[in-house]
Design a protein around this ligand. Structure first.
Ligand SMILES: Cc1cc2nc3c(=O)[nH]c(=O)nc-3n(C[C@H](O)[C@H](O)[C@H](O)COP(=O)(O)O)c2cc1C
Length: 482
């Protein structure tokens, strides 16, 4: 596949990158020298009841590699140990942990099966993070560890037999794409309330095992995110803003009652767009948006022009969180299923994606801009930013700038964690970056799972490069290129 836009890694030095980044959008800029632990990325901050000593966060990153009864495997444990090896002070969620079997996005997702010892699984994952931190000399520093709780809703695929979507409301575009052909697949209010109880059950176990917080996940099109946009749903969980946030609020109240002292965070897709699809010559476009006006099928989307985000309700949501004493949020945008070019900006799209409609740097800028607006509007919130991996070797320069200027409190890292988990530790120690390990956004970590395989960094991590799946992914990509 030919590259449509020059990747940041091809830019010769930080000054050249800076010129390009500044040209990407108004107000964008980066530092030109890294300051290690003495700079903004090493400045202390209070979060989740702890005084943390750096501004790096590890985003939740699933590996599609659990057992079918929801327990971690050696690959899962290895990944969590590598999260620890980052030295990041905040390990946000580890990975999406489904609160019940039917809420899994794949048959190998970790989940809370009442028949297995979930506490032992969660403890083993936490122990790996602790061990990883010790390996890189961070054993004595405080860190905060959370568990991301989820129900996959529309994107549920709990068995190898195929998708089993359940939705918050009927959607004019996504229903056809993801096999929703009947109102019977819309969750009833009673079913939603039962799911809320499962969130509380799993939070209780995470608390007992010593996790600092749970993330009540509202991002990427999964159930609680979809509910935020359930304008067209009848009853207590649809329609008004108050109704659309009711289940989320109920879960938070339930967790607070059941787990006094457990902190709560929220990862939210704070803004969104109309779903994209491959248009002319395979380039992504919000195909057919004109037929769905006013657009009432999402959260943080402009009703009159759903190609654009709207910040009105997202800011109300963040103020609501603040009012509920949720003080730390992790902001993402969109969904990997219907607008991956903004959710995970990449040089090479995943196999179910499309050619980038824009320079992927614009996707990173979309994240950065959203986080800046939210932080400015609700400055009391501690905010984690997302979408930085595409910046490649220039990631720390942008990260340091954003934190220095108070645009974000933490910089979270997703895909880069799979290829080069020690990047934060290297930056904090003032060591040069290991360029050969920098993620080049080949999207194999997404393409693998889309074809029923596990996820990992097949191009750069020897552990995955040597697996048979690496060859199968190459084959899949070759066939798509034909
Ligand atoms: C393989 C893979 C697994 C992911 N798993 C999760 C997950 O479990 N929960 C979540 O909120 N986001 C998940 N994400 C999204 C990332 O956390 C992150 O938002 C995204 O990759 C963009 O950040 P980046 O540019 O640093 O990669 C995943 C992304 C990838 C590529």
């Amino acid at each position: 596949m030919s590259i449509r836009y020059t990747p940041p890694g091809h830019v010769r030095d930080v000054e050249a990158f800076r010129a390009r980044w500044r040209a990407t959008g108004p107000g964008l800029d980066c530092d030109v020298a890294l300051e290690g632990a003495d700079g903004p990325l090493g400045s202390p901050i209070e979060a989740f009841g702890k005084r943390l000593t750096n501004r790096w966060a590890v985003h939740p990153m699933e590996g599609w590699d659990g057992t079918t009864d929801g327990r971690p495997t050696d690959n899962t444990l290895r990944r969590w140990r590598r999260f620890g090896r980052s030295g990041a002070a905040l390990v946000w969620g580890g990975e999406a942990f489904a609160v019940e079997a039917g809420g899994r996005a794949n048959p190998n997702q970790l989940y809370g099966d009442p028949a297995v010892d979930v506490a032992a699984s969660l403890a083993s994952l936490r122990d790996e993070v602790v061990a990883g931190r010790a390996e890189v000399g961070y054993g004595a520093e405080p860190f905060a560890l959370g568990l991301q709780l989820t129900h996959s809703g529309r994107f549920a695929r709990p068995t190898a037999a195929g998708p089993l979507p359940r939705v918050a409301y009927r959607h004019p575009v996504l229903d056809a794409r993801f096999g929703v052909a009947s109102d019977d697949l819309v969750f009833t209010d009673i079913e939603l309330e039962a799911i809320a109880e499962r969130f509380v059950d799993v939070a209780r176990i995470a608390h007992e095992v010593g996790y600092d917080f749970v993330d009540v996940k509202c991002c990427h099109g999964y159930l609680l995110h979809e509910l935020l946009g359930a304008h067209t749903r009848d009853g207590p969980y649809g329609g008004s803003f108050e109704n659309r946030t009711r289940l989320f609020r109920g879960i938070v109240e339930g967790v607070r009652d059941a787990c006094p002292g457990l902190e709560i965070g929220c990862r939210a897709s704070i803004v969104d767009t109309h779903p994209f699809a491959a248009g002319d010559a395979g380039v992504g476009a919000p195909v057919g948006w004109e037929s769905h006006l006013p657009y009432r099928y999402g959260f943080g989307v402009d009703e009159d022009d759903p190609r654009r985000p709207s910040f009105e309700e997202p800011l109300a949501f963040l103020r609501m969180l603040r009012g509920m004493d949720i003080r730390v949020v992790n902001l993402s945008v969109g969904s990997p299923y219907y607008n991956p070019h903004i959710q995970r900006p990449a040089t090479y799209p995943p196999s179910d994606g499309y050619l980038p409609p824009d320079d992927p740097l614009a996707g990173v800028a979309f994240h950065v801009d959203a986080v800046r607006r939210c932080k400015q509007a609700v400055p009391e919130l501690v905010v984690v930013g997302s979408g930085y991996t595409y910046l490649q070797e220039w990631l720390p320069y942008v990260a340091q700038f954003e934190v220095r200027h108070g645009h974000a409190d933490f910089v979270g890292i997703g895909r880069m964690m799979l290829s080069y988990p020690e990047l934060p530790a290297d930056v904090l120690a003032g060591r040069p970056l290991q360029r050969k390990r920098v993620c080049r956004t080949f999207s194999d970590c997404t393409t693998g799972p889309r074809h029923g395989m596990l996820s990992g960094c097949f191009p750069l991590d020897d552990h995955y490069r040597s697996l048979p799946e690496a060859g199968r992914i190459k084959q899949v990509k070759k066939e798509l290129d034909r």
